[in-house]
Design a protein around this ligand. Structure first.
Ligand SMILES: Cc1cc2nc3c(=O)[nH]c(=O)nc-3n(C[C@H](O)[C@H](O)[C@H](O)COP(=O)(O)O)c2cc1C
Length: 194
């Protein structure tokens, strides 16, 4: 019964990446998994843009979007992917309330597929949205969401010791009882009665 859960639980976000080459077909498989996500009105509001170490010039441009603290380790990844959400509906041009939600679901699929292929992904919100906007001359309703560092796991020798230490233990999760409820939400989440 746990089959997919095992793959989901295997995933974590490393700081250490090896220089291992990833074939384009494998990255396309990750993208195919992303594209199978459900979305409100079947809008499929996600866009993914990636570059790899094979194009050093472009890879360096992508690295330049990141904060210094992310660049220090993300430079070792084989590929960098930027996710974007189209904020307006393609049917009526009105704001699509679910654009970020649906883009996140596509990313979750991509992550699970990667986990099944022993490819690791570390997502980053630490980057300059303005730099991405300016560099790609984005329309107002195309919103950068996150940047992903993609690669095979490294041995920790190419990152600062402190980050290597962080890679040695997995990050904790809330207990199921803290986020999953049956029939009603706990009072903590409700307005106080007057
Ligand atoms: C949207 C998003 C933004 C994140 N931004 C950063 C970041 O800028 N730098 C970083 O080192 N990790 C970043 N992370 C990674 C999270 O810290 C990490 O996923 C979380 O602590 C859970 O750890 P795990 O992925 O190893 O299970 C980000 C994750 C997400 C989903």
């Amino acid at each position: 019964m746990r089959n997919i859960l095992d793959i989901i639980e295997k995933r974590w976000s490393p700081y250490s990446f090896s220089s291992g080459y990833i074939e384009d077909e494998k990255i396309e498989t990750l993208m195919a998994a992303a594209g199978r996500a459900p979305s409100a009105n079947n809008e499929q509001p996600w866009l993914f843009l990636y570059t790899t170490k094979e194009n050093k010039e472009k890879f360096d441009v992508f690295l330049g979007f990141l904060t210094e603290s992310n660049r220090v380790w993300a430079k070792n990844a084989y590929a960098l992917i930027i996710s974007f959400a189209r904020l307006n509906s393609s049917y009526n041009g009105k704001p699509d309330r679910y654009a970020f939600h649906d883009t996140g679901m596509a990313v979750a699929n991509l992550l699970t597929q990667a986990s099944s292929m022993n490819i690791f992904i570390h997502q980053m919100g630490g980057y300059s949205i303005e730099k991405v906007r300016d560099y790609f001359k984005l329309k107002d309703d195309v919103e950068p969401v996150a940047v992903m560092a993609v690669g095979y796991i490294g041995d920790g020798t190419n990152i600062p010791e402190e980050l290597h230490k962080r890679d040695e233990k997995r990050r904790p999760r809330k207990l199921l009882s803290e986020y999953s409820f049956k029939n009603n939400l706990p009072e903590d989440f409700k307005k106080e009665e007057l």
